[in-house]
Design a protein around this ligand. Sequence first.
Ligand code: BGC
Length: 662
Amino acid sequence: MSVAPLPESFSSLIRGLALRAEDSEFLLATNAYLASVFGLSASDLATVVLRFLADLQRGLPAPGTLRPEDGVTPDHPGFLKMLPSHVTRLPDGSERGHCLALDLGGTNFRVVGTHLLGEGRAETVSERYTIPGYAKDGNAQDLFGFIAASIAGFLKLHPEYLPEPGQGPAPLAFTFSFPTQQDGLSSARLTNWTKGFSTQGVIGEDVGALLNTALEALDVPYRVTAIINDTVGTLISFAYSVGPDQGNLVSGVILGTGANAAYMERVELVGKLHDKVDLPTTAVTRADSMVLNIEWGTFGSMPLAPEEANRRAGLAERLLSFRQPATEPDADVPDEPPSTPMALPFTPYDDLLDMGSVHPGRQRFEKCIAGLYLGELALLTLRHLAARGVPGTSHPRVLFGQLTRDLPTSDDVQAFLDAAGRWSGETLARCEELFLRLAMALRGDDKVSRKTLEPAARDLLTELAALLGVRLPSSPENPLDDYLVELLVLGMTASYVSARAARLAAAGIAAIGLQTGLLGSEPLARVVSLARSETSRLLAPLTVAELGALKVAGQPLDPEMLLGTSPTETEIAAGPGGQGQPPEEVAFGLCDAGPPGDAAVEVPAAERLLFGIDGSVFEFYPHFPGRMHRALTDLFGPRVGGRFSLQHAKDGSSVGAALAAN
Ligand code: BGC
């Protein structure tokens, strides 16, 4: 039997399923709520892109020349650090050699033996080590001692990587995926920890020197010669594997446990490099370009006045019913916009996640898009739906039926958040995967048998119920019948959270694309007019002065061109997808993202902007790349959107580090 492809929006999907009327209504109400909370219209997205571009340009001058009245300054949590990597040229694929590389900053620590074979090819042998808790929150010796011991373990398993006797220590390439200030390739001072790390005694220190001391102490015959960020490594290894002829090599991006991007910038625009004439590597100041590590995770972070912070925290806690019995009027998210418009569309779930995180108030962009956080965001949303029903409706149905009466109402928000943090992004991807297969089965697609979905459904329901504090009677016998609605809500929530992440990541990529100058100024004018076409409820629009300060390739823009145009109604409405659905929903490409934006357009290599992207979120989340392409098409239209080529750069950071040390 042939079955039509899944529709693009959940509302069409739900309407097309043979569900009980009550369930169908409940799912439609839930969908409308999720779209209103996590939806990002093309206009919202355009506002994010412009703010990102403005912040990116503010990160280029020497810090001393920044004035508070011009916007964020380096001590602001939202400041984009734009860190010089001291990598001034990219490989062309011909490089050869051997190297040992380390990768610290993802979920595991890895030691990677790399053999560069030329012709863009590399062979690697790697070992993974689980990073113990004490290394993440202990002291520098704990962390670097663990790293040195792991390398010693690797060398036992792979003695061919031991240097020849009498040769002295061999060079070691270190991918250290945290923000660092570098004066050269071989030393890097940590500016601050991110993700789940808070090891004492490392901030402000040279991580190369700390590692060398630990290596010496354990007699490990290696010394650090190159330290790079994973995004920089990804760009380098991507350049190595694709070679120079496929298009313009623009950027390396990580969408994994953390999220960030690095790109090639012209040194003449990087004011903070100009006063560094005394750098040991004077080649840097003579070079045309340098890879900059944006540290984009900080984007949108902002200090809040204490009253506003309290208000947001209170709202967030009420949403989870920790502070108020479920019978009191609902704290309805859409009806309570923030009193301070933000650079990012933070929901109360984002605020709550932030409050419970290792670095509150920081890395707010990263907390919307990285794998470390996506599972928790979805779980907080589900907890709200389970505790209070669908906001804005008085629908009698609740998730897990009467069982939600038992939800804990303890004051211990932090304990719940800690538990929620264990719901990994990988689980979320499983939810969405199951959802898509379930939808296919419900639509009568005989390629998917309901029976085969049962074990995954049972596992996810049991995990979810345990985390929400709902006592399921036992492991459900017939999960697809008894908890169909729960499974669909689970999948929808996962989709909305990850689709928003994909769109926000694409906004960062769009800003980098604009900054290269390769697109010219028209696409920027289009984004400005999209941003001005609608006043967003949540986001702070750019002021005319801020818009006027934007540059393309270092050149100011003609204000007439920027501000004189207004998009036509049809331009704004023209998004992919069908008629009659809420715009947020259409733009999301929720169920089936369809072909990427550039599939229909043949783009000559000279016009292509190549982005090498690595990380579990990009690689494993269903539809993530497709949704990013969709966002780029929403922003720029299919012709310019199609110039962005988002490619998976496999194992970028370790091969990139080896190339940097080569
Ligand atoms: C770090 C970046 C890193 C990214 C991806 C972020 O938390 O600050 O330096 O590139 O994670 O690993």
